[in-house]
Every structure is written in structure tokens, then in C-alpha cells.
Design a protein around this ligand. Sequence first.
Ligand code: MN
Length: 183
Amino acid sequence: MRRLAEMHGGSVTVESEVGKGSRFTIALAYRAAPDEGAIGGEEPYADLAKGEPALAARPLRGRILLAEDNETNSDVLCDYLDARGYIVVVARDGHEALALVEDFQPQLILMDIQMPYMNGLEAIRHLRAQPPYADIPIIALTALAMPGDEERCLAAGATLYLTKPVSLKGLVETIQHLLEQSC
Ligand code: MN
């Protein structure tokens, strides 16, 4: 998490108390979202190339855990969400996602389904089996949409299912809607 924050020009401080867990303070520097050409061949975000004006103000809008094994995809999405006021922490597989959920206490999770070691479906099932995470909004994202994927994701406990390419603007609207519903 620290490495990620520093990559974004910010910092992470941790205060731990025995028996009470850890408090993470994450400071992120403002950076405008990339407007075009920032991603490679896969183009997972449909509207990235259209560009959007940089946002001047950046009120904090929520903590999001992004579980995504593709670094290019996660960098793009992370920058986009960061510029819109979300605090984003990235996990590279399901195991990392489960560990970070405990440490970071996200308010919403974006879960890529195809990941190594533990895929998104397994990670969602593990989370839903734990009472503190039974109701946290989880958006499942999948690149290779197959028949039955949506049903599998929803059956595993995903709140919503989206296929890549994802509209970044639409994704932010969906995230904001879910965050407002859940608080
Ligand atoms: Mn993946």
C-alpha cells in the first residue's frame, strides 16, 4: 500500500494498537487523470480516449479496493478514480484482496474475475462468508465474457457484474450510486 501511495506522490502511515488492529492514513497527491494513449492493446475502458477535463477539486468520496492482476488496467483505473476523489488500493490476486480488505476496510470492491492464485469468484465467496463483508458492494469485472458468467458472479455474491471494456464514466456513476445506497 505504501509503495502504491508513493507511486502516486503520496504517503501511507500506519498506527497499530495491539488487539485493536491498524489505522492507515493515506495521503495522495492530486494528479489529473490521463486523457489518452495511456493504455496498451487491451483497451479495457471504453471511453478513456475521449478524455475529460481535469478536476480542480477532489473531495474524498470513498475507499475502494481494486483487485486486478493486469497492471496496465489497474494503473489506468486507479489514476481515474484517484483524480475523482477515491482512495484506491490495488490487490493483484484474490489472496491479496482478502488480506487488504481487512487492513484497508474498503467501502466498495472492484473485483476482476480472472486472476492468478485465487480468482475473483473465490475471493467473493470468501468475503461473503465473513459477516463484516456480507453486504459490502462488490462489482465483478470480467474481460472474457462467457455465457453463464453473470449468473456465476451473482451466485458467488457479487452485487453487480460488468464486462470489459468498461465505461469509466459509467463505472464511477455506478460506484457512487452503490456507495450512497450502502451508507
Ligand atoms: Mn485479470
